[in-house]
Design a protein around this ligand. Structure first.
Ligand code: IDP
Length: 162
């Protein structure tokens, strides 16, 4: 138990990740999850849904004034979306790195958008851009009882004991 306590300190940060309808239709759910698992992050929640307009508009509320907002909301609500919560040390920033730039054409090969996408409006995946947005988006998409607390045994081999 003392060992667990020292590893778990690293692992409490959470981020919201969503595979958008293009990623789901292109059968990229498995490969996307594999990349985050391979890195060492843990899945805390997962569901497939067709988001309501209210949910999609709240999720992207900071983009409401953008010319592409209506198209973006229509696209996301067309579903299905694979909504997830991932956990681990520095997970918000690291998932952004694994995803790549917003525009797939300027994303590095090796990133999800760099490997699988071409158009900015079909960039496969969403990841929260900072910790406070991650908290906001997790609350928006999930009920607290859908978030599963568990202690992966692998943590001993992923995190150095402090
Ligand atoms: P992010 O998804 O990389 O955080 P944001 O700027 O938050 O990027 O934009 C949210 C989503 O809106 C993008 O992932 C993309 O699907 C879409 N988007 C952003 N900019 C454009 C654009 O110029 N044209 C069309 N869609 C865009």
């Amino acid at each position: 138990q003392p060992y667990f306590t020292s590893w778990v300190m690293h692992c409490t940060e959470r981020t919201f990740v969503a595979i958008k309808p293009d990623g789901v239709h292109r059968a990229l759910i498995g490969r996307t999850i594999a990349r985050l698992e391979d890195k060492g992050y843990s899945l805390v929640a997962l569901k497939l849904l067709k988001p309501s307009r209210t949910l999609a508009e709240s999720h992207y509320e900071s983009l409401r004034s953008k010319p592409f907002f209506d198209n973006l909301v229509s696209f996301i609500t067309s579903g299905p979306v694979c909504a997830m919560v991932w956990e681990g040390k520095d997970v918000v920033a690291q998932v952004r790195k694994l995803i790549g730039n917003t525009d797939p054409l300027s994303s590095a090969p090796g990133t999800i958008r760099g490997d699988f996408g071409i158009d900015i409006g079909r960039n496969i995946i969403h990841g929260s851009d900072n910790i406070s947005n991650a908290e906001r988006e997790i609350q928006l998409w999930f009920h607290s009882e859908e978030l599963v607390e568990w202690n992966p045994n692998l943590h001993e081999w992923i995190y150095e004991k402090v």
